[in-house]
Ligand binder design. Sequence first.
Ligand SMILES: NC(=O)c1ccc[n+]([C@@H]2O[C@H](COP(=O)([O-])OP(=O)(O)OC[C@H]3O[C@@H](n4cnc5c(N)ncnc54)[C@H](O)[C@@H]3O)[C@@H](O)[C@H]2O)c1
Length: 324
Amino acid sequence: MTHDLPQDGPADPARRLALGGALAATAATAAAVGAGAARAQDAAPSGHLSGKTAFVTGGARGIGLASAEAMARAGANVVLFDIATPNLPHVDYALSGPSDLAAAQAWIEGLGAQCMTYQGDVRNLSDLQDAMSQAVDLFGSLDIVLANAGVGHAGPIEDVAAERISTLYETNVGGYMKTTQAALPHLRDAGGGRIIYISSGLSRTGNPIFGSYGATKWAVNGFAKSAAMAYGPEGILCNVVAPGLVRTPFADNAATLSQMMPGVENPTFDAVSEMIAQGSTLGIGHHEPEDIAEAVLFFTTDAARHLAGEVMDVSYGDAARNVA
Ligand SMILES: NC(=O)c1ccc[n+]([C@@H]2O[C@H](COP(=O)([O-])OP(=O)(O)OC[C@H]3O[C@@H](n4cnc5c(N)ncnc54)[C@H](O)[C@@H]3O)[C@@H](O)[C@H]2O)c1
């Protein structure tokens, strides 16, 4: 890899709060990172993404925010696009809120990078088109797109309500397709670019409690490979990062954890991670968002200039078990 990122972020407590997206903590986080923004005016990061603009869906927290941070540290201007609506029908856990999005922006600006936010829904093509037009007006180009906004669900296949199936597919599959459609004219204007899709380790294997969600992620891999073939000749390189379990509110919520550890009362994320670790290739059971961000960043580098249609597993060695 050609990038060289500072490694000091993960231990910073303000950063952990921003990445975790704990709603109750966001006011304190915003205050902490806001102070950083004022200090960092004359210390804009430089790196292989200097002068480039990265657009991140689901950027208010979790994998999206960690990836935005990695790209900002490499010099990119960042656009954080997020629904920022905690209570969405047919989703079992709280999504980000406006304060998460504001805190995320303050965090990125605290690094010295330029950051635009947009409260929008990846299910609406017009939201994506409007946000990307505004980003190009502001920063001059669009060069990298991270299709990341997604929702999850765990539970027996026979119990998944029709509305929930629609929400999963319209967000995780339709949202990625619309993100691609909205981005293409701008990436062409830039003379090429990179689209990185976040799928999942559940796109590689069956899983009885993630049947509906996992199917959306198998679809993501297929779509990304088609997009890679369609647009690779134009220099628009499409690749996938497929994470295993990652410590974000997407997984660290009661509805999901209780399905992953049936029979255990109020299981914690760490208990689930330990359970997975017992059978995992490398003896660990989860990743942190920064691990996924490193893989995303790789696909923005010169080292990845001849890659398209790849699916990179970041799954504590579970890729060793995959047959697909
Ligand atoms: N956390 C994991 O264990 C894990 C593992 C594998 C893959 N993934 C995938 O990684 C991606 C990011 O997940 P995360 O763990 O960071 O989750 P997260 O819930 O912490 O973050 C997702 C973000 O997307 C936003 N979002 C949701 N629906 C949206 C919509 N319709 N429009 C715009 N924004 C929307 C949310 O508000 C939130 O800020 C998802 O696609 C998920 O499927 C997560």
